[in-house]
Design a protein. Structure first.
Length: 229
């Protein structure tokens, strides 16, 4: 893989990886800024999609159609929903699901996507394997990441998502990126660093407090993956 697209929901997440690579050129398309960067012999195209599944899906298709990327990463922060997950842990998204997609009225399980034919979409196994081999100061977990157009702050909701989908964490973009990549036959990997948890002590969200540090840790982690590809 020589050209890889990397999607971030927010500027804070993008900035941390931008510090780790060599910026060569910026290109603006439809109000999105694509940062063409180098890491060794690899060309990386970084872009801030904006928050939410539609923004992320739109950005994914643009990377595929306009930038001709060979693989796509989605990295950033997420909220932990499993009791085994703690702030600053890193989650490798082995599978992605949309916890808010609901056509149960037609006899399908929640999260089932008709043109995909399943509830879960698997990340590229070779990329997952490489990610598992990376050493970092954070605790590493591998499993399901659940996406939905909801910033999950309620402990009750987080417990339902964890139980229903066996999810480790929840965010707002990954599964839509997975869906577009699946339909376009593009390898992908979603990796998140935990910035907050509705299950944490006292149910206190720590998102703003740990956003920068979580973004820094996941950027460093992904840089090591990219160096191994």
């Amino acid at each position: 893989m020589k050209r890889i697209g990397i999607i971030f929901a927010m500027r804070e997440e993008l900035d941390e990886l931008l510090k780790e690579v060599s910026l060569e050129k910026e290109e603006n398309i439809f109000d999105l800024t694509f940062y063409r960067c180098k890491l060794g012999k690899k060309e990386l195209i970084l872009v801030e999609s904006g928050v939410g599944k539609v923004n992320a899906a739109r950005c994914t298709q643009m990377l595929i159609d306009r930038m001709n990327v060979e693989a796509i990463f989605n990295i950033g922060v997420a909220g932990g929903v499993s009791s085994s997950i703690h702030v600053l842990d890193i989650v490798i998204g082995e599978a992605l699901t949309q916890h808010d997609f609901d056509i149960t009225a037609f006899g399908h399980p929640k999260g089932y996507i008709p043109n995909i034919g399943r509830v879960y979409i698997d990340s590229d196994p070779s990329l997952v394997k490489i990610a598992e081999e990376v050493e970092t100061e954070s605790n590493i977990h591998k499993g399901v990441i659940a996406s939905g157009d909801i910033f999950c702050t309620e402990e009750g909701m987080s417990k339902k998502i964890a139980k229903k989908f066996h999810a480790l964490c929840v965010e707002m973009e990954g599964a839509s990126i997975a869906q577009v990549c699946f339909l376009c036959n593009i390898p992908f990997l979603v990796i998140r660093s935990i910035s907050d948890s509705p299950n944490s002590k006292g149910n206190k969200l720590t998102y703003e407090e740990f956003l920068q540090e979580s973004s820094k840790r996941v950027a460093s982690f992904v840089k090591q993956i990219l160096e191994k590809i």
